[in-house]
Structure formats: structure tokens, C-alpha cells
Write a new protein. Structure first.
Length: 133
């Protein structure tokens, strides 16, 4: 029998572990030990960056732009992004991001969960920090 899920409250002022993965800085808001139906990250991409193109075979992914602007390249098509924008990416959707003058900060949710070492695939070479299995 698995342990019951516990309520999580992650305050903005809490000290958290941020992980640098290529041009991404990700902060996992649900630890692997608390993961159940999904994963949630705060993602930051600094100005003047272009990320590698990736996709998920299993996870559906949701992005919500918290601040900044840029572009998402989804299945090869550009989508301008600004604060308050929302993206839903079905499994298999190739995606990458381009920033210009300002950083892009997004809430990133996967269901079922996806981590840098699980259900992340790259069209080209994987950026530093990702473990492709």
C-alpha cells in the first residue's frame, strides 16, 4: 500500500534547489518523493537564448507564462509568448523556446510526470544536464 499524498505548500520565499540544464534553469516544485500524477516546475530561460528541440512520448505538458516574453517553436511553427499566455502540448509535440531582450519565466506542468532523466527526448543533441534513456 502506498503512502497517502500529502498537501504541499511551496512559498515563493522558501529556499529551493534550482537546476541548470543547458539554457534552462528549472526549479522542481514537487520533489520526486512527493510525485504522484504529475510534475511541476518553474522554468527560466535567460535573454538571447535558443533551447534545443525536445518532446515527450508519454506526458502531456502545460506551460503558463509568468513573466517575460519570447517565442515557442511548436512542431516547427513559431508562437509569440507574453505574460499570461498558456500552452497545451499533447504528447509528441516538438517544442523549443527563443528569448530576446528579456528572460522568459514559465510554470511547466507534466501529466504524468516527466523529469530530466525520464520521458524527455531531443531531436538533436541533449543539452548538458539531461539524461536521455
Amino acid at each position: 500500500m502506498s503512502a497517502p499524498l500529502r498537501i504541499l505548500h511551496h512559498r515563493a520565499s522558501d529556499i529551493s534547489v534550482k537546476q541548470k540544464l543547458g539554457p534552462y534553469e528549472i526549479e522542481s516544485l514537487i520533489s520526486p518523493s512527493d510525485e504522484a500524477a504529475g510534475t511541476v516546475y518553474r522554468v527560466r530561460i535567460e535573454p538571447h537564448q535558443k533551447t534545443s528541440v525536445s518532446y515527450h512520448k508519454i506526458a502531456e505538458e502545460f506551460y503558463y507564462v509568468l513573466s517575460g516574453s519570447g517565442a515557442a517553436i511548436l512542431n516547427g511553427e513559431p508562437y509569440a509568448l507574453a505574460e499570461g499566455d498558456f500552452l497545451r502540448l499533447p504528447p509528441g509535440t516538438t517544442h523549443g523556446f527563443i528569448t530576446q531582450e528579456e528572460a522568459l519565466v514559465m510554470l511547466d506542468i507534466h501529466t504524468p510526470g516527466s523529469r530530466p532523466d525520464h520521458d524527455v527526448y531531443f531531436v538533436g543533441e541533449a543539452p548538458d544536464g539531461f539524461t536521455v534513456k
